[in-house]
Design a protein around this ligand. Structure first.
Ligand SMILES: Nc1ncnc2c1ncn2[C@@H]1O[C@H](COP(=O)(O)OP(=O)(O)OP(=O)(O)O)[C@@H](O)[C@H]1O
Ligand SMILES: Nc1ncnc2c1ncn2[C@@H]1O[C@H](COP(=O)(O)OP(=O)(O)OP(=O)(O)O)[C@@H](O)[C@H]1O
Ligand SMILES: [Mg+2]
Ligand SMILES: [Mg+2]
Lengths: 221, 221
């Protein structure tokens, strides 16, 4: 349950959501614009808290954790691709991708190698020195994906990660994600509005007006 | 022709583009990430200039216009939906949509009515007072579309205007755009990566590595 504002301005972004995500699942989240997908992702990713209700991460009630413990939890276990990328503006693609490794105190040399490898995986090794303003929309989106994956998170939350990518690039990213899910057991929760991508997932959640109205395998849903 | 940087950092964003866009056309622009679509749109929209070559708008060489004349040209004839929306952050949706009418010195009352009507057309009349931070990704995108259309431009440049919208909302926006094109003869140049939207256009341009490699009706291309 997530409510913003009050009185006339009251908005129920989430009106009642009950969901359990299991380790190793690839969950696709779909639904109309404004239906609560990003709000739900932010709560699952420990970036926001519900107005009512509780959220347990690996059996731990996250409301019982203080800010430092939450930051450590996110840093060590979670990767996030935001709907609006959230890259550091005057910083190169390489430095943007290195950032999670800086927080994890990885050595400068290892950071650079792993960040370059992550950029290579999204086809941007030749744009390592460009700042976001010197990159196309789809390139910025791919830098955000590389940054989310470089720390090898246990769970990846990806909010519309292919929204700015042509079909070929989208397929490359989907191939990368399904491989990571299958070979490294990375749990993936991904928002998309493109039905043809949903078949890559084992499970689809459909949101409407702040509720989940369907939950099952892609073919059924 | 559009080149950034030099030496090792040299990037040919546009390597040689020759295109003529006729009044009343609905042109769909497609192509891989980083192929030059947004760069081309910025030049056509008089927001940027080519490194080499010329651009004539209604017979006028835009290089012969000074900054004030260019600003007037854009204000009076052009509408732009940016790939990253570019909304004013601490300003309500209504005020964001009113902005082009402020520049055109429309009265406060008319501005408000027309801005509310534009928000209604994109399904956001009930979000008029929300700031961008209080809107979902797809809602921000629709505010950007409303803002681009409120001044009734002769030409609309829309860079991935449905990238964050579910299928139903995308169809609504496409219906709105095709109606404006047909009934008000608004010329539309739209970037998309979704092939199923291309059939709404009379002409498709496909970019690759800074060049147009295909140009024709949707079925052929
Ligand atoms: N300021 C800049 N400096 C250097 N290179 C740039 C700059 N701006 C854009 N580029 C490069 O120019 C190329 C074309 O960019 P453009 O934004 O036109 O691509 P696009 O077709 O719109 O891509 P997308 O579909 O990802 O939005 C890209 O390879 C990009 O890295
Ligand atoms: N800070 C806020 N204050 C008020 N309302 C908000 C705020 N943030 C989000 N909302 C509202 O909550 C609802 C759900 O937003 P959310 O971002 O979760 O939608 P979404 O499903 O991700 O949509 P989209 O597909 O457009 O990205 C929207 O109607 C939005 O207007
Ligand atoms: Mg969202
Ligand atoms: Mg672009």
């Amino acid at each position: 349950m997530k409510v913003y504002g009050s009185g006339e301005a009251r908005v129920e972004a989430l009106a009642g959501v009950d969901v359990v995500i299991e380790r190793g699942q690839f969950v696709m989240v779909m639904g109309s614009s404004g239906s609560g997908k990003s709000t739900c992702m932010n709560i699952l990713g420990c970036l926001d808290t519900p107005t009512e209700g509780e959220y347990r991460f690996a059996g731990v009630d996250v409301a019982s954790l203080d800010r430092t413990q939450l930051a450590l939890l996110r840093r060590n276990y979670l990767g996030f691709v935001f709907q609006s990328f959230n890259l550091l503006p005057r910083t190169s693609a390489l430095e943007n991708v290195e950032l999670p490794l800086v927080y994890q105190r990885v050595s400068a040399r290892k950071r650079r190698d792993r960040a370059l490898e992550a950029l290579r995986e999204v086809g941007l090794a030749d744009r390592a020195e460009h700042t976001p303003a010197q990159l196309s929309g789809g390139q910025q989106q791919r830098v955000a994906i590389a940054r989310a994956l470089v720390s090898r998170p246990a769970i990846l939350f990806a909010d519309e990660p292919t929204g700015n990518l042509d079909t070929e690039r989208s397929q490359e990213i989907m191939h990368l994600l399904t491989t990571l899910n299958r070979e490294r057991a990375i749990t993936i929760v991904m928002v998309t509005h493109e039905a043809e991508l949903a078949v890559a997932a084992s499970r689809v959640l459909i949101f409407r007006d702040g509720r989940i109205i369907a939950d099952g395998p892609p073919q059924q849903v």
